[in-house]
Write a protein that binds this ligand. Structure first.
Ligand SMILES: [Zn+2]
Length: 132
């Protein structure tokens, strides 16, 4: 049963003001969330960023998703984000495998394209450096 925050008297259902001391209960009747909402939020962010990164930077996504999964196990996590962490993990693994396969394919069959691609990256890097 809920208690008045001010005087500690047991409250009746639906009371707006404490019948003992008259304290305004509308703000405080909601059960207070104590504990670690901040940590929880950062864990949720971890899952979201992990999933987003999984598509572009698979290794970083994998690491973040693993952190998020670890947070699920230790309990500081909102439930909807559990599946997000799982998805981030799955997508990361798939993207890493795909990247490795594509890389392998390029090395084995299209090494010329790979070399040109690397040269292009080097050129872009040089342009970037000279621009600074
Ligand atoms: Zn009261």
């Amino acid at each position: 049963m809920a208690k008045c925050v001010k005087c500690g008297a047991p409250l009746r259902e639906g009371e707006l003001y404490c019948h003992v001391c008259g304290a305004d209960l509308r703000v405080t009747t909601r059960p207070k969330r104590t504990g670690e909402p901040k940590r929880r939020r950062s864990a949720n962010v971890c899952a979201i960023v992990g999933l987003s990164l999984a598509f572009f930077v698979p290794v970083a996504g994998l690491v973040l998703s693993l952190i998020a999964k670890e947070n699920v196990r230790s309990g500081r996590f909102d439930k909807p984000y559990k599946s997000l962490a799982d998805w981030g993990f799955a997508v990361s693994v798939i993207m890493i495998v795909l990247t490795l396969l594509v890389g392998l394919f390029l090395v084995l069959f299209h090494s010329v394209i790979l070399v040109e691609l690397l040269e292009l990256i080097v050129k872009l890097a040089e342009m970037f450096i000279s621009a600074i």
